[in-house]
Design a protein around this ligand. Structure first.
Ligand code: ZN
Length: 468
């Protein structure tokens, strides 16, 4: 009796399509399971630049009050997507492959178009409808097949008609889902052009980027590009985008040179931190004495061992731009990771001050203060770290350092609580619960610390994370 087999095969065919569409929308769980630490890149300089890129776009889209964040993912492939309605995810590969601010701003504007259009929720509703239609189609098909086999002709026409009845509606559903997705893409393109026009920016960069991904391009030949999977790029769509974008008075507008320089500095930093050393020096040969190349060289030198030479290069950068907080941050980071926390304190203080108290840099300063083993710094470290974790609630580093500072002070209740919070943010829920339970026994019942510990003990794991 082939019925079950037929149904299962047809189900998995549609399930694969449904999964592909759902994946394009919600890959969040895929990396959240591994803990945010490894999959998300945190860097004040890059995040600040991406905020500056998105702020005007979000305002034009009427989303400025939604506190939408751009999150950088540790992946070298080109990709950008929305997954939960309040974050835009962008792979560092997309930043590296965008040669101008305008190119990546266009991609961010397109993702903002998805957010503004509520496409995520609409796609989920559409998928639910498709699943219902699929079940109905299967039931109808199964009925036809049962009728076929009852007539005693299970190997011939009627049974095949049953199979066709299963597959034909599913093909229609598949096509309607794809056309729905295509329609969302076109809507996001049009919205993006509108946002770019409203902010006096060209859509040329978005067009240039998408054109690279069209079906007949080299990229498509490789087939598995994640951006093409989540954003089907038929030639007609890109042609329509070009036509629309060219009508803008800003079509030929160039990026501001200062913004282009920040973009180039960000890419140099990402390259130096994320790419192989030989790749870095191929992109930025030693003969290149531009600021981005010098930045890449200095970072690469510090990462690959020669602290003394790295510090000399970083000092050269600081001399050229004394008010650039990220050069001081780099000096502090190199010293800290080179085992010289006491010497890291001064440059990190400078970086905190110049960056207007960026919390991630405050966490580095806290780490340097704690790392000195000098009890005279303990109270200051606690004050700085507390201020940092209050504004930057998703970085485990702040809580880890806070735990060490409290332990040094002998405050074991607060130390356990901070360790529990760090474990929770790393996605290690079992350790988080164990530490929070112990913290509860150290706090007086009902005190603020006890309540926070209790919150962790009773917390459900963040969406998409396994309760391990
Ligand atoms: Zn899209």
């Amino acid at each position: 009796m082939p019925l079950r087999l037929v149904v299962r095969r047809k189900t998995s065919k549609l399930a694969a399509i449904v999964t592909a569409a759902a994946l394009a929308m919600a890959p969040l769980s895929a990396f959240a399971q591994e803990g945010n630490g490894q999959k998300i890149l945190r860097d004040t300089e890059s995040e600040q630049l991406l905020r500056d890129y998105t702020r005007p776009i979000l305002r034009a889209a009427g989303l400025e009050k939604q506190n939408i964040q751009v999150v950088i993912i540790n992946d070298h492939a080109f990709n950008a997507f929305v997954a939960d309605g309040h974050r835009i995810f962008v792979n560092y590969g997309a930043l590296m492959q965008s040669e101008t601010p305008n190119q990546i701003i266009g991609v961010l504007a397109h993702e903002t178009g998805h957010l503004a259009g509520g496409h995520l929720a609409k796609m989920h509703a559409q998928l639910a409808r498709a699943q219902t239609q699929m079940i109905i189609a299967m039931l109808l098909g199964a009925g036809a097949m049962v009728a076929g086999s009852r007539s005693g002709n299970s190997d011939n026409g009627l049974a095949n008609a049953g199979a066709a009845a299963v597959s034909a509606p599913q093909e229609i559903i598949r096509r309607s889902l794809l056309s729905y997705q295509r329609q969302q893409e076109e809507n996001a393109d049009r919205a993006a052009v509108k946002f770019l026009n409203a902010t006096g920016q060209s859509a040329k960069g978005m067009y240039e980027t998408f054109k690279r991904f069209t079906n007949d391009s080299l990229f498509a030949a490789h087939g598995a590009d994640p951006y093409v999977q989540s954003h089907p790029m038929p030639v007609e769509r890109v042609a329509a985008l070009e036509q629309l974008a060219r009508t803008s008075p800003y079509w030929d507008k160039k990026d501001d040179p200062a913004l282009q320089m920040r973009h180039d500095m960000m890419r140099a930093k990402i390259s130096a931190f994320m790419e192989r050393q030989d790749t870095v020096y191929r992109r930025y040969p030693l003969s290149d004495t531009s600021m981005p190349a010098r930045y890449a060289h200095a970072i690469s030198t510090y990462l690959h061992g020669d602290l003394h030479s790295a510090l000399a290069q970083i000092d050269g950068l600081i001399q050229a731009q004394p008010a650039n907080p990220y050069f001081h941050e780099l000096r502090g980071q190199a010293l800290l990771e080179g085992g010289k926390p006491a010497e890291a304190i001064a440059p990190l203080r400078k970086a905190v001050q110049l960056s207007n108290h960026a919390p991630l840099i405050e966490m580095l300063l806290g780490q340097a203060l704690v790392g000195t083993d000098n009890k005279a710094y303990t109270e200051e470290a606690i004050a700085i770290l507390r201020a940092a974790v209050a504004r930057e609630t998703e970085a485990p580093l702040g809580f880890t350092q806070l735990a060490m500072a409290y332990a040094r002070k002998g405050d074991l209740a607060e130390a356990d609580l901070a360790s529990a919070q760090a474990a929770y943010l790393r996605g290690d829920n079992k350790t988080a619960r164990d530490l929070a339970s112990r913290a509860k026994t150290r706090f007086a019942i009902g005190t603020p610390g006890w309540v926070r510990a209790d919150d962790i003990v009773t917390a459900r794991p963040p969406a998409g994370q396994k309760d391990n």
